[in-house]
Design a protein around this ligand. Structure first.
Ligand code: NAD
Length: 290
């Protein structure tokens, strides 16, 4: 597995391609956005005119795409993966995607002898660019083992969580919890301010206690307290993840009242000023439902 393809060269895929290249792999890419393709070509990554052409050349094809709809178009489309892939190709889908779609895609690829694992990521564009992402993997143990040397160039930590689809379920639950932590930490910061206290000092105390979370430990100091709001992960993509998590809850019929409310608040934020699609996802801490 020496030649790796990356389809989708946006905030995440671009960094993954560069990390793979630094790791000693031959890397090629595809993105229909000219700016993304030209930018990676300047880094010495060969770009292809279609996913089919890319899939025909590489040993492993990494997908880093906005949504499951795009993944399905890229796999099933006329110039897509199925049209070009040779048997033995291994597809690694790092998109945060709908697990049902993931299982459909994997089954269709398997019929052509193409292996598949879902490998959604955490760590943002910085983690992608530095090869320090966390990946949760869904797939057969032998496929995970086969592709591990490639994943090691992109990530600092990998957890194999179950069969195909399990990675995407895990990622949706992770982002549901992150979405909840952002809302509750935003409320805590407002309550601290209303009590005449300094939220930054209060959070230092909370980070020494059991109320801490990734949001209080990482998001607040890195992107919120300093008013940077430049994590590289948008409201639009996070709302998609919450929507997918709500779909999962609805489908399973599990009782989860707090999660349902978190999903509702994220959906409601789409209509508010300050939390539009292109804004940083951390802006949700400033969302107050009218
Ligand atoms: P992005 O919008 O920056 O990049 C997506 C890229 O896909 C774009 O360059 C776009 O041109 C390309 N694309 C669209 N249609 C395509 C097609 N048919 N074929 C090939 N490429 C196509 O998004 P991103 O922030 O890089 O996120 C990618 C995925 O990773 C999403 O599913 C997101 O939820 C997930 N994710 C993002 C972050 C983050 O911090 N940005 C973190 C974890 C996971």
């Amino acid at each position: 597995m020496k030649h790796i393809g990356v389809a989708g060269l946006g905030n995440m895929g671009r960094g993954m391609a560069l990390s793979l290249q630094r790791g000693g792999f031959t890397v090629s890419g595809y993105d229909p956005a000219t700016a993304a393709a030209e930018s990676i070509a300047r880094e010495g990554v060969r770009t292809f005119a279609s996913v089919a052409a890319l899939a025909a050349e590489v040993d492993v094809l990494i997908l880093s795409l906005p949504t499951s709809d795009v993944v399905e178009a890229v796999v099933f489309g006329a110039d897509g993966v199925l049209a070009g892939a040779k048997a033995g190709l291994l597809v690694v889908d790092t998109t945060t995607a709908d697990p049902n779609s993931t299982r459909r895609v994997a089954a269709a690829l398997a019929e052509k002898g193409v292996r598949f694992i879902d490998a959604p990521v955490s760590g943002g564009p910085k983690g992608a660019a530095t090869g320090t992402m966390t990946m949760v993997l869904g797939g057969a143990a032998e496929d995970v083992a086969a592709v591990t040397p490639v994943l090691e160039a992109m990530s600092a930590k990998r957890v194999h969580v179950g069969p195909v689809g399990a990675g995407h379920v895990t990622k949706l639950l992770n982002n549901l919890m992150c979405g909840a932590h952002l809302i509750v930490a935003g409320e805590a910061a407002r309550i601290a301010a209303a009590a005449g206290l300094d939220a930054q000092q209060i959070f230092e105390g909370i980070n020494a206690g059991s109320g801490r979370s990734g949001v209080t430990q990482v998001n607040y100091p890195t992107w919120i307290f300093n008013d940077a709001f430049d994590s590289g992960f948008t409201m639009k993509l996070m709302r998609k993840d919450l929507r997918l998590a709500m779909g999962l809850l609805g489908e399973l019929g599990t009782s989860a009242p707090l999660s349902g409310e978190v999903g509702r608040l994220w959906a409601a934020s789409a209509e508010a000023a300050g939390t539009a699609d292109g804004e940083d996802f951390n802006r949700i801490v400033q969302f107050i439902e009218k």
